[in-house]
Design a protein around this ligand. Sequence first.
Ligand code: PMP
Length: 400
Amino acid sequence: QFENITMAPPDPILGVSEAFKADTSDMKLNLGVGAYRTEDLQPYVLDVVKKAEKLMLERGENKEYLPIEGLAAFNKATAELLFGAENEVIQQERVATIQGLSGTGSLRLAAALIERYFPGAKVLISSPTWGNHKNIFNDAKVPWSEYRYYDPRTVGLDFDGMIADIKAAPEGSFVLLHGCAHNPTGIDPTLEQWKKIADVMQEKNHIPFFDVAYQGFASGSLDEDASSVRLFAERGMEFLVAQSYSKNLGLYGERIGAINVVCSSADAATRVKSQLKRLARPMYSNPPIHGAKIVANIVGNPELFNEWKQEMELMAGRIKAVRQKLYDSLTAKDKTGKDWSYVLAQIGMFSFTGLNKSQSDNMTNKWHVYMTKDGRISLAGLSLAKCEYLADAIIDSFYN
Ligand code: PMP
């Protein structure tokens, strides 16, 4: 009976927002969830999204079911945005793309594909990684283990450890890679390092599985943030890519994203797509229409597409400005001479502060700064005006 069901623990990321809501302090700051805020710390709906929605309303678009694979115009746009329209994999129709329930739902569908067609295959995930990755593979019954990624001594990439662990994994493993702006560390491999990662994957017949949640949002450029994925495409490898439009278009609540499976032939892509549809049908039948139409309308209209790029640069730029100010404040206030340059070296919306769990608790309990317990803060939820306050909180938490 239901009486026997025990209480589930709060989600480590979304649970932070719940605790934040309950805090009555004026000073409180929510740096837990990765959602973009304006300098006034308000949620932001992109102007280009409002324009696309207005167009859709004027056209009187309907609310019929989408096909299982989603909106055709969206699927075309999303794959082209990721790989580039001229890319061989697109030209040769080797990509099976289906619309998913944002990044999470797309990852979950790919996990179901792995469970069904690669029974026993293991997925390697970075240590650390976005907390939901483990939930996704656990629920899909896909075995996973971790590869070294973060080096606490340098607050940088443990590249040798990463390569060694990927090499040591059983041949034909899946390796989950963050396409850009690694969550939670903000530390990405360099292009040279990506090449070496691709070499090892090819040697071991591993299958790369990219999670691209921040295309265009990290650097401000859609192409630059897709360079890791495109490098693997150039090698003629087979791989998976999950995409999300939560951050780069601010469509968090629309649940719009996609899963792309790059195959060796168009024929294989057709078959893979049919199986993805077969997995999706009993899970959620078909994906939501609204976000798909927003993306398709924006990408398909040169004027709106340009506006989107400008707004994305603006968002990425605000985060970079906040990152710089936080670094400046930390350096000015810290009297120990600690080197804070890792804050500047990290990219994307997060900063991995190096604060441990009890120090993170101090941030919340004493300073009302809400963040995940792994020491991650979302700079997208920080304003220039709050940087000094945050620097005080971080320094106090580090040394006390
Ligand atoms: N992957 C990573 C690495 C993420 O950071 C996120 C968002 N926090 C997602 C996937 C998925 O988010 P969503 O389901 O909102 O697209």
